[in-house]
Design a protein around this ligand. Structure first.
Ligand code: ADP
Ligand code: MG
Length: 700
């Protein structure tokens, strides 16, 4: 007998056969016994309880009844046809309804026999209905042993052949029967299993499919999640260690004239405590002899640019150049100006390189980078082109990290023979748990404090049929000398529609506010035009800015106090938060108005409510993760990292993730060379998993 379940073809399982095997391969990627064993139910339903029809109401999620079909009736014609069975248990009558497979049902289930039916009740025309219920003969059902029944996902295609959750359940039962005389080998070491009171793997696998009670289910889930997260963490930590041992970082051991002069003579305000702490963390990193690889998270407006600047000055103090990369031309330009203004009077040369810097100007920049004449280069993607070379690049700063993929970052590192220090800044805070999983080898610094004097932005939700009061409010703000943004969503299916949407909005706003000047900015404009329009708004020559999301990132107009977001239901949470962050940058009270239609999905309602309730980007990011799941999160898609988690959920199992990370750390510290025979199972398992998941090593 072959005990390796991964090499036993599913087609040899009783109840499968060649045709079903092909379906399992194609539809569920189940090829082997092991694949089926690891095809976990997505939910469980308590089938140990029978209800009476007299106690049913339409709000119950599921009901299970024992009774008889009294008679069948059909209604409607063609596609509208439906079959109704009047079903009674002696306490009342309900209707079972089918829209498909009518013939099959009437031939299979005969009136006046005892059946157990199971399904979701709904109320239709004042009567209780159960559409497409599960039906079993009473003889076939052992209620006492049923407990929690597993429900498995199957595809539409499978359902058409009646290859449904019940069918999968039977196959899994067959599988356990087929292997009942074998033991499934343990994949965690006895020490780990014992210390953390885990269920054994074979018990856990059985109970994840057929739990007799909720407690056993919980234990099985815990064991399997523990293992899944443990190996992910162990892998990342191990990888980080290997990498740290193979790279030596440039040592910045000096804090000298540039930094000190700036700090004592040019810095226009006090640093916040959080800014000071973060700068200290980075100084320590860069002086340590290993390469800094750090993620700086800070909410919108928390002062990351200044931190970036001061870090760059440390690089300069040690005789190196620094480079800062931003995702858009507007943002790069703004950083360039901000940094120039901060450094005015100091002997530091700062240049800007974007796609629109061309000809002579570009040539000069390229050659002065090579001689080391330029100290700081700020730019867009243009800085990672092959023609751009530095004399001694010591530090790379990437702003708004989620717009750049891993490959692009790697390109920047290659611009020096010694790997430069890397600081990645993001205003879309990635929840800690996710950052740990995604960027296990990035250290994380957090600016968790806003500069003093900022007032939290007042956020309200407004239905779109009540605009008059909103316009009145904006008018009042402008009369008080302030400015307003009005943002329209991008509807990506059609660029033409987007522009039309914006044009219509623009004309409407011009009509409503004839006494004021209105700017308009969208993604299809030439960068120079866009910039000119932004500059006019910045100079308060226009009072209202109508725009698409091009203004989402980084733009800084402190006098703007109102952010109106039209069709707010079309935006993701982090995007709404970014947009809102465009106001509240001055000392006065600012407002964000989220405009939506009346009909909202439950999800949208929640998103809007979160925005109204909190200004805290971290809270919003956590909520976003919970609502959407990690695969959807901005940043994880583009980073190209697949979340192939079978059972754990990064959003919901954050605490467990933290816990297993510590377990993995301890194990790695106690056995750095993977030599302790007590851990043999663990290292072998990690090796196996690494072979299969090439993806893992791409995480950095
Ligand atoms: P973000 O983190 O969103 O990039 P910025 O760096 O653009 O934030 O900073 C927002 C604003 O706050 C800027 O105008 C900046 O000059 C100002 N700022 C930064 N640090 C401080 C501070 N410690 N005290 C007062 N204002 C500050
Ligand atoms: Mg910024």
């Amino acid at each position: 007998m072959n005990y390796d379940l991964s090499t036993r073809d599913i087609k040899f399982l009783s109840g499968v056969g060649p045709q079903r095997a092909e379906t399992l391969n194609k539809e569920l990627s189940v090829y082997s016994f092991k694949d089926l064993l690891y095809y976990f139910p997505y939910k469980y339903v308590d089938r140990s309880r029978l209800y009476r029809i007299s106690e049913i109401d339409g709000n119950m999620p599921y009901i299970q009844l024992k009774g008889q079909i009294l008679s069948y009736e059909t209604f409607g014609e063609g596609r509208q046809r439906r079959l109704v069975a009047h079903f009674s248990d002696g306490t009342g009558i309900i209707d079972l309804v089918w829209f498909q497979g009518l013939k099959f049902i009437t031939s299979r289930y005969t009136p006046r026999k005892d059946y157990i039916i199971f399904g979701k009740p709904t109320v239709f025309n004042g009567r209780i209905n159960v559409a497409h219920p599960d039906i079993d003969l009473v003889e076939d059902m052992k209620l006492s042993s049923m407990g929690l029944r597993p429900h498995y996902n199957t595809t539409e295609k499978m359902k058409r052949f009646n290859f449904n959750s019940n069918a999968i359940e039977k196959l899994v039962a067959n599988l356990f029967n087929a292997i009942k005389n074998e033991t499934i080998p343990e994949t965690l070491s006895p020490a780990v299993v014992a210390e953390h009171h885990l269920m054994s793997l074979s018990e856990a696998l059985y109970n994840i499919h057929f739990p007799h009670n909720p407690e056993l289910l919980r234990k099985a889930q815990y064991r399997l999640k523990f293992e899944e997260l443990f190996y992910i963490q162990l892998n990342i930590l191990r990888f980080t260690k290997e990498r740290r041992n193979s790279f030596r970082g440039i040592v910045f051991d000096r804090v000298g004239e540039f930094f000190n002069t700036f700090y004592s003579q040019y810095l226009p305000f006090q640093l916040t405590g959080a800014q000071k702490r973060v700068i200290k963390e980075m100084r320590k990193d860069m002086g340590s002899g290993r390469q800094m690889n750090r993620l700086l998270q800070g909410d919108v407006g928390s002062g990351k640019t200044l931190v970036a600047l001061m870090t760059m000055l440390i690089a300069l103090d040690n005789g190196f150049q620094a480079c800062m990369m931003a995702p858009t031309e507007i943002l790069a330009t703004q950083h360039h100006e901000t940094i120039r203004n901060f450094l005015e009077g100091m002997d530091v040369r700062v240049e800007l390189l974007t796609g629109s810097v061309k000809g002579k100007k570009r040539e000069t920049i390229l050659s002065d980078l090579l001689t080391g004449d330029i100290n700081i280069l700020v730019g867009t993607h243009a800085v990672i082109e092959d023609t751009v070379n530095f004399s001694s690049l010591g530090l790379v700063i990437i702003d708004e990290q989620h717009r750049f993929g891993v490959a692009q970052r790697a390109k920047l590192w290659a611009k020096n023979t010694r790997v430069p220090h890397v600081l990645v800044m993001t205003a879309t805070p990635i929840p800690r748990t996710l950052a740990m999983t995604l960027y296990g080898d990035l250290d994380v610094s957090v600016i968790d404090e806003l500069p003093p004097g900022r007032k939290p932005i007042d956020t309200v939700h407004q239905f779109d049929n009540r605009r008059d009061s909103m316009y009145e409010f904006i008018r009042k703000q402008i009369r008080d000398g302030r400015q307003a943004y009005i943002v329209y969503p991008l509807i990506q299916e059609s660029e033409k529609m987007d522009i039309k949407n914006l044009e219509d909005g623009y004309e409407h706003i011009c009509q409503i506010f004839p006494e004021y000047k209105v700017s308009k900015v969208h993604g299809k404009m030439k960068p120079a035009e866009k910039d000119e329009e932004m500059q006019r708004f910045l100079r308060n020559e226009t009072q209202i800015m109508v725009a698409t999301t091009v203004i989402e990132v980084g733009v800084n107009v402190p006098n703007a106090s109102v952010m109106v977001i039209e069709n707010a239901e079309r935006f993701g949470l982090s995007q709404l938060h970014q947009l809102r962050g465009r106001v509240g940058r001055g000392a006065d009270q600012s407002y964000c108005i989220l405009v939506t239609g009346y009909k909202l999905t439950e999800d949208t309602r929640k998103r809007i409510q979160i925005m109204v309730d909190t200004n805290d980007g971290f809270e919003i990011a956590e909520a976003d993760l919970k609502l959407r799941g990690p695969g959807d999160l901005e940043g994880t898609q583009q980073s190209g990292i697949a979340f192939d988690l079978k059972i754990a959920n990064i959003a919901r199992d954050g605490q467990l993730l933290q816990y297993v990370r510590e377990v993995a750390e301890k194990l790695l510290d106690s056995d750095p060379n993977a030599a302790n025979p007590n851990n043999a199972i663990v290292w072998r398992q990690l090796y196996e998993l690494r072979k299969k998941n090439v993806n893992w090593s791409a995480i950095s």
